[in-house]
Design a protein around this ligand. Structure first.
Ligand SMILES: [Zn+2]
Length: 466
């Protein structure tokens, strides 16, 4: 049997994950992420598939983040008809996240056509629509963690806990032939001792080939446990001067971690109760899915769930969906915590909260995520004197605190711990999902652990699996 890997997205970059497995004339994608970047480049890359979508036999999906799942509706729009294998929690998260992404695509096309296109011939169509996202849902096929799924007559796949977001998995592929070959694709590799989620599966099974992400292979993170304490300190200081705490946050994962930390701190008597608002419709939907999947929780979260009931419940936070309720927050002067999306402050309700609060010295903006270059979030991290929001300049007079311990990606120590037992026996390893020096840092880790054959594939490169 001929087996070959082909790299397409997230090769020497961190977005648009898609790797192909060709097996005796059939082809399967591992992930099908949306490439996120400048509009034209993103459109070009998201509409150029490595093969006609109708010829693709299936997708093995590691997790629901849009840079891994977000182009599945695009595939369906262009003729793909499934199946998509994923864990049950990933299937549920994709349901809401792909619809949300489709809505953004539709809005983006509408904005362009109304505001930018000078002629009708410049009009663009959305990459995909809410209808396409809904159509994709029927191709999802849930496979529980550690269950063996036969996705081809030649191969099986097993999802192992990745500890990155709810439902996230590493994909173990076993090629059935007289001399079996095993391949592990990490998807996004999470961290040990993260809140809510179980640790990444350990020890990893011995495999012949490894495809690993390398986002933070070049750094060490602060301990996640410190984050709860730092949050409590910041909230107490801000409350003591009568201010509000504003936290821009991604709707899925980070927001639930924040609510869990605050719920734990309140339950432990470390933090005096105060109003906590989660202001994002997607966060509300995602939180419902977190509540539906306690099988993904770690021991600590299960214990807390037993003692306190729902760990994201109404007794901890007020979840806001209606625009009127979101606006009403601006009229209150009481100290409170507002968690709102989008994570990098480029869109969403967070913009209103920033606009209304950054000119008040008593308030604090807490940055809990990576802020890409050229985003409003990055300008806040850089503490620019003035910020442009909705076309108007505002003075940045409030406090800004940056907490770096929240990353959901493994760091160099996590990778070394996970791969130490595997590396000496690997026949080949491929470092993806990294840019700049990150894939090379991952290669160094694997070389040091005893894997001699490490590649940093470029888009379009193919490698046989012998
Ligand atoms: Zn991810």
């Amino acid at each position: 049997m001929r087996a070959e890997l082909e790299f397409h997205g997230a090769a020497q970059t961190v977005t648009g994950s898609m790797h192909l497995l060709h097996l005796n004339g059939q082809s399967f994608a591992m992930d099908c992420g949306l490439f996120q970047g400048h509009r034209q480049e993103a459109r070009d890359r998201n509409t150029s598939f490595p093969m006609p979508p109708e010829k693709l036999s299936g997708v093995l999906l590691s997790h629901a983040h849009i840079d891994h799942s977000g182009n599945i509706p695009g595939l369906v729009r262009h003729g793909f008809s499934g199946p998509v294998y994923a864990t049950p929690a990933t299937c549920d998260l994709c349901d809401v996240m792909l619809a949300d992404s489709a809505h953004i695509q539709e809005e983006d096309a509408r904005f362009w056509n109304e505001k930018r296109a000078s002629r009708r011939s410049d009009y663009i169509l959305p990459l995909y629509t809410v209808k396409d996202a809904r159509a994709s849902a029927k191709y999802f096929h849930a496979v529980a963690y550690d269950q063996v799924a036969r996705f081809s007559e030649h191969a099986t796949a097993t999802f192992l806990e990745a500890g990155h977001i709810l439902g996230s998995a590493m994909v173990l592929v076993e090629l059935r032939r007289p001399d079996p070959v095993r391949l592990l694709y990490t998807g996004d590799f999470g961290r040990f001792h993260m809140p809510i989620l179980r640790d990444p599966a350990e020890p990893l099974p011995p495999v012949d080939y490894l495809i690993t992400e390398s986002t933070y292979a070049d750094r060490r993170h602060a301990e996640a446990d410190d984050m709860q304490q730092r949050l409590v300190e910041i909230i107490d200081q801000t409350r003591s001067v009568g201010g509000k705490v504003i936290i821009p946050s991604f709707s899925v994962g980070r927001t639930q971690n924040l609510v869990y930390y605050l719920a734990r701190a309140i339950a432990a008597g470390q933090l005096e109760k105060l109003p906590i608002y989660v202001d994002s419709p997607l966060s509300v939907n995602a939180t419902e899915i977190f509540q539906k999947h306690p099988e993904c929780y770690d021991e600590e979260a299960r214990k807390f769930y037993k003692q306190e009931g729902d760990i994201f419940g109404d007794h901890v936070a007020t979840y806001i969906t209606r625009v009127e309720d979101s606006k009403a927050l601006n009229h209150s002067d009481r100290p409170c915590v507002v968690i709102a999306s989008a994570g990098m402050c480029e869109a969403g309700r967070i913009l209103h909260h920033l606009k209304n609060n950054i000119e008040n010295e008593s308030n604090t903006v807490v940055i809990v995520g990576f802020m890409a270059q050229h985003t409003l979030g990055r300008r806040i991290v850089e503490r620019r004197e003035e910020l442009k929001i909705f076309g108007r300049m505002y003075k940045l007079l409030c406090r800004v605190e940056v907490l770096n311990g929240f990353s959901a990606h493994a760091d160099s120590a996590d990778f070394a711990r996970a791969f130490a037992p595997l590396a000496p026996k690997l026949r080949g390893a491929f470092c993806v999902h990294g840019e700049g020096t990150q894939p090379a840092a991952m290669r160094d880790i694997l070389l040091k652990l005893g894997c001699p054959n490490v590649h940093i594939p470029a888009p379009g490169e193919r490698y046989p699996l012998d």
